[in-house]
Ligand binder design. Structure first.
Ligand code: CP3
Length: 345
């Protein structure tokens, strides 16, 4: 399916190929989510959040909702980074109003082999195919996975933590056990993203949401190196498919990440220095992001001004408009509509 598209590249794919477009493509992290009443209705119908992730019909529907409502340039597969631990046999559930819970692991021996994940994840691949078939011709489909370090920070702690403390402790106290876990999740992630691409994903994104908590040299070992392995394995198998990396909160080390991993695009948080991103990051990779998600709650002139400044500074090079992190449940859909109109000019 990817071959036929090569004649008329979609704006998102052109930007990821390094083109500077007359206006940047736009999509938002967590664009399918609780700030949308139509998402909440489908979520209710599905039962739990995981039931929604594993229901191809409903997951495809919520993936497409923000495309219909706002006209974004990309859809992102509706799923979660914690489906990998689930597929590796680790017990996972979502505590209502709180977040993810897992039975903590500290040994790879407690997990299934990487190639056993597909049985559980087959519905996700079906969601990808369904969305791809239903998307407008100029909208690209992004697949995704968590980066091994970020996924492991949940697997080891059994929940979200403010400082990823339990994962840091295992990394330092039992480096072999940590490294075996890192390898297992890295292998599973390569297989998972490959299948998403085969099912119709046209680009993939690797979320290293907690990379910022890794001091050097741990950053290179636990974030850069596994992401480099994933990118190089995907490039060997699917050479035309771009990869976006999101090493959140790592400051100037995002340049090292982009260079060493070989990603085509690098997503930056709202903490990043936008002039540095223009001068240092953009010559290495297409830049995505930076807008503060809090502005989607308050909107108004402050939101418009922030968006204009980002487009002014980064729009002169390869750039994809996005937030610096996921849109929050209290965001106002009318602000999103206004933002899309502004960016699309
Ligand atoms: O961006 C998208 O629209 C695609 C779908 C997507 C979800 N999660 C859906 C989701 C993506 C790309 C993710 C990634 C994800 N999941 C990350 C990395 C990005 C980031 O935000 O840093 C992380 C750390 C997770 C793990 C996770 N999933 C947590 C910590 C939580 C609970 C917090 C919360 O926001 O509720 C989730 C649940 C989750 N994942 C929801 C959605 C829409 C909310 C579930 C609900 O409907 O109740």
């Amino acid at each position: 399916m990817n071959e036929t598209e090569k004649t008329t590249p979609k704006p998102l794919l052109r930007a990821l190929a390094g083109e500077t477009l007359p206006r940047p493509p736009i999509w938002l992290m967590r664009q399918a989510g609780r700030y949308l009443p139509e998402y909440r209705a489908v979520r209710e119908q599905a039962g739990g959040f995981l039931d929604l992730c594993y229901n191809p019909e409903l997951a495809a529907e919520v993936t497409l909702q923000p495309i219909r409502r706002f006209g974004f340039d990309a859809a992102i597969l509706f799923a979660d980074i914690l489906l990998i631990p689930d597929a590796l046999g680790q017990k996972l559930w979502f505590e209502p109003g709180e977040g993810p819970r897992l039975d903590p692991v500290s040994d790879a021996g407690a997990l299934r082999e990487a190639d056993a994940i597909h049985e559980r994840l087959a519905p996700v691949y079906e969601t990808v195919s369904r969305v791809r078939a239903a998307l407008p011709a100029d909208v690209a489909l992004i697949g995704f996975a968590g980066a091994p370090w970020t996924v492991l920070s949940y697997m080891i702690a059994g929940r979200g933590t403010p400082d990823q403390g339990p994962a840091h402790a295992l990394m330092r106290e039992r480096p072999e056990a940590f490294s075996a876990l890192l390898d297992r999740v890295t292998e599973a992630t390569i297989l998972y993203l490959s299948r998403q691409i085969e099912a119709g994903a046209e680009a993939v994104k690797i979320f290293d949401s907690w990379a910022g908590s890794l001091p050097d040299p741990w950053f290179d070992m636990a974030s850069v190196e596994p992401c480099r392995r994933i990118v190089s394995a995907l490039k060997a198998k699917h050479p035309g498919v771009p990869v976006i990396g999101f090493p959140r909160g790592v400051g100037a080390r995002a340049a090292r990440f982009a260079e060493a991993t070989g990603v085509d695009g690098v997503a930056i948080g709202q903490d990043a220095d936008i002039l540095w991103a223009r001068d240092v990051l953009q010559p290495i990779a297409t830049v995505q992001g930076n807008m503060d998600p809090a502005l989607m709650v308050t909107g108004g002139e402050a939101m418009d001004a922030a968006a204009r400044r980002i487009v002014d500074v980064l729009g002169g090079g390869p750039f994809i408009f996005n937030l610096g992190h996921g849109i929050t449940p209290d965001a106002d859909p009318r602000n999103v509509e206004r933002l899309v109109r502004l960016v699309k000019g």
